[in-house]
Ligand binder design. Structure first.
Ligand SMILES: Nc1nc(=O)c2c([nH]1)NC[C@@H]1CN(c3ccc(C(=O)N[C@@H](CCC(=O)O)C(=O)O)cc3)C=[N+]21
Ligand SMILES: [Mg+2]
Length: 299
């Protein structure tokens, strides 16, 4: 078996951001509208700080306005809800994202429910989850939407393919399954209680790994020629005690068997941020009655 094609999410995301930048330029020139994304970070988690910094930087690079709100780790929930209410009412803000996880004293569901669904560019509000499940117009969560773009770019039509999603979270596994179902895949959602997980994965034409366990899915679980999308971002100790990023899939073995596979880093991660900017553009278009461009898909 020859080695898998490496799916270059980093390059795909860079191209998507270029397309977004062109649309933002047009939106400004034709309608005087600059999309704005507000990102809230509660606390000082180092990984979260890196993500928020990258989001802010790429937001500005696309010509959008970035509003960062950094709150101390002991911020009362009521203060966070008040900030969200203010951002909901601000016409310059088209997208609102509260970086997860939030500290323990804050009720995550209460925060997600407080964000105006029309500005919920994460796609985490129940109204958007419901829209995804029932075919309404909303926002799809960024990570699964980015995975779908990579899949369609790699495979074209997904209709009839067997897809196994390993992981059932609200932010990746469940919405990923909904998106694949919409593409007429035969979808299996596997999780920690699934019996004979390797056999389930072996049946799949498409494997989405979103469990958060480093190197869990081995090469001999993968059907020859299958397409593997690795959503995992795990920091583990590598050589000489240096930390390194690995996915949920054991890349060295899986890439010998798969037809195509995403690397970590440089696969799904950059797509998540690009899709966040895409959702912010969509929100700004909707708020101003402008036709929404469909970016990230060829056909
Ligand atoms: N409300 C909310 N929305 C999110 O979308 C959200 C969140 N909370 N909390 C944290 C997770 C994580 N996340 C990532 C985004 C980009 C990369 C990314 O660009 N990763 C690079 C590597 C970055 C690195 O070196 O650490 C890559 O995979 O190539 C990773 C992870 C968004 N998240
Ligand atoms: Mg191969």
């Amino acid at each position: 078996m020859s080695d898998a094609k490496i799916i270059d999410g980093k390059a795909f995301a860079a191209k998507l951001r270029e397309d977004i930048t062109s649309e933002v330029t047009k939106l400004k020139a034709d309608h005087g509208v600059t999309p704005g994304l507000a990102v809230i970070l509660v606390g000082e988690d180092p990984a979260s700080q890196v993500y928020v910094r990258n989001k802010g930087k790429q937001t500005l690079e696309c010509g959008m306005n970035s509003y960062e709100h950094k709150l101390s780790p002991d911020t009362p929930q009521a203060d966070l809800l008040a900030l969200i209410a203010k951002l909901n009412a601000d016409p310059n803000v088209h997208g609102i994202l509260c970086q997860l996880p939030v500290p323990d004293h804050i009720d995550e569901q209460a925060i997600l429910a407080a964000i105006d669904p029309a500005k919920d560019v994460d796609g985490f509000h129940v109204v958007n989850a419901g829209a995804l499940a029932t075919g309404g117009e909303g926002f799809a969560p960024c990570t699964p939407y980015g995975c779908l773009m990579l899949l369609k770019d790699t495979l074209g039509d997904l209709s009839g393919k067997r897809a196994v999603v390993v992981g059932r979270s609200n932010i990746v596994g469940k919405p990923m399954a909904q998106l694949l179902l919409k593409e007429s895949c035969t979808v299996t959602i596997a999780h920690s209680r699934t019996r004979d997980l390797p056999d389930e994965v072996r049946r799949a034409d498409i494997v989405i790994a979103a469990v958060g366990r480093p190197n869990m899915i081995k090469g001999d679980w993968i059907a020859p020629g299958a397409t593997v999308i690795d959503v995992g971002i795990n920091r583990i100790e590598g050589d000489a005690g240096k930390m390194k990023l690995v996915g949920d899939v054991e890349f060295a073995t899986a890439s010998k068997v798969a037809g195509a596979i995403t690397p970590v880093p440089g696969g799904v991660g950059p797509m998540t941020i690009a899709c966040l900017l895409n959702n912010t553009l969509i929100s700004a278009c909707r708020a101003n009655g402008v036709a929404v461009p469909k970016l990230g898909f060829d056909g």
